[in-house]
Write a protein that binds this ligand. Structure first.
Ligand code: NAP
Length: 295
């Protein structure tokens, strides 16, 4: 298997812009939010072509068009490979995956145009495509790298065998996966073991369970909150900070992607870098999530 390529210098916490269109910010407010992220040391922004029904890259690119000096201070991550059925793509008949040369190259060109940038720092295949031809995709990655359009490549939501299939042919730098105290599948299915083994730092989506950690009334979320809140008091930080610290405690050196439009929430994420959870506290949260102790 290939050695991992050099990971672009991503910030320890990334900002995810999936929900940016819902934040209803003016262009000036979007600029301010991006500047505040950069001031805090959050320099990596996680996009996908499909976010906001194919609108978020353009919202972000509008800011870069008006303030081009910001581009050199950040790393842009984006994804392709999903065909969403929506008004912006009338040619899409069926929600489906596409990792063909034609689709990936066209997606990259569109992302470059929308983001108003000359290169993407990291391009991810958003979801595993059952029809992926790994030799063809590896060749596409190589040509995009050689053209200077994309600096590094990775995958998202891929199983260990799906990642290995591609990584044997072209060096990948990450698997972007879901992980939170509410969603711990990647701990047990080999995904994080593979990241640790290969030295591929995973990027972590929905680190707060998409907000469910704080808002859901289901039994699992209630059990976790009952443990999380007194633990946060004991460590002298917020519950959200403990939730991030729980992720950062994993030896694969994960990079959580914070999904909030509130700068205070980003500060809570960053504060987790100064909290090293005691292993028994880590397992107390595991136990609350699973509803049973370890065996
Ligand atoms: N690769 C993939 O397949 C994939 C899938 C999903 C997401 N992602 C990426 O991961 C990023 C993060 O995902 P996410 O947005 O689901 O992350 P998240 O941080 O788990 O969830 C964000 C949501 O939680 C809410 N929230 C944050 N702090 C809160 C608090 N203390 N109390 C109550 N609600 C709170 C936020 O609302 P406020 O804005 O009001 O704080 C927001 O609605 C996305 O932006 C995207 O870049 C990737």
């Amino acid at each position: 298997m290939q050695k991992p390529a050099a990971l672009p210098p991503l910030s320890p916490i990334a900002a995810g812009v999936w929900r940016m269109a819902e934040w209803k910010l003016t262009a000036a407010e979007r600029l301010r939010w991006i500047e505040q992220c950069l001031d805090l040391g959050i320099t990596t922004f996680d996009h996908a072509d499909i976010y906001g029904g194919y609108t978020v890259e353009s919202l972000f690119g509008e800011v870069l068009g008006a303030a081009p000096a910001l581009r050199s201070k950040m790393q842009l991550v984006t994804k392709c490979g999903i065909r969403l059925v929506c008004p912006a793509r009338p040619q899409h008949r069926v929600k489906s995956y596409d990792t063909s040369r034609a689709h990936v190259v066209a997606s990259v060109e569109e992302s470059l145009r929308a983001l108003r940038t000359g290169h993407i720092d990291l391009l991810l295949i958003h979801r595993p495509d059952a029809l992926m031809d790994p030799n063809e995709l590896a060749a596409v990655f190589d040509s995009l790298r050689q053209a200077g359009k994309v600096r590094a490549f990775g995958v998202s939501n891929h199983t260990p065998s799906q990642l290995a299939l591609l990584h044997r042919r072209t060096p990948l730098v990450t698997n972007q996966i879901e992980l939170s105290i509410l969603q711990m599948g990647a701990l047990a299915d080999g995904t994080l073991d593979q990241c640790t083994d290969l030295g591929l730092r995973p990027m972590i989506w929905s680190p707060l369970g998409g907000g469910r950690l704080f808002t859901s009334q289901d039994e699992q979320a209630q059990r976790v909150r009952a443990v999380l809140k007194p633990m946060a008091q004991r460590y002298g930080v917020s519950a959200a900070t403990i939730a991030y610290a729980w992720i950062l405690r994993h030896p694969s050196r994960p990079i959580p992607i914070a999904g909030s439009g509130r700068v205070e929430a980003l500060r809570e994420a960053l504060a987790a870098q100064d909290v090293r959870l005691d292993a028994q506290d880590w397992y107390a949260l595991w136990e609350a999530s699973m509803g049973r102790p370890v065996q």
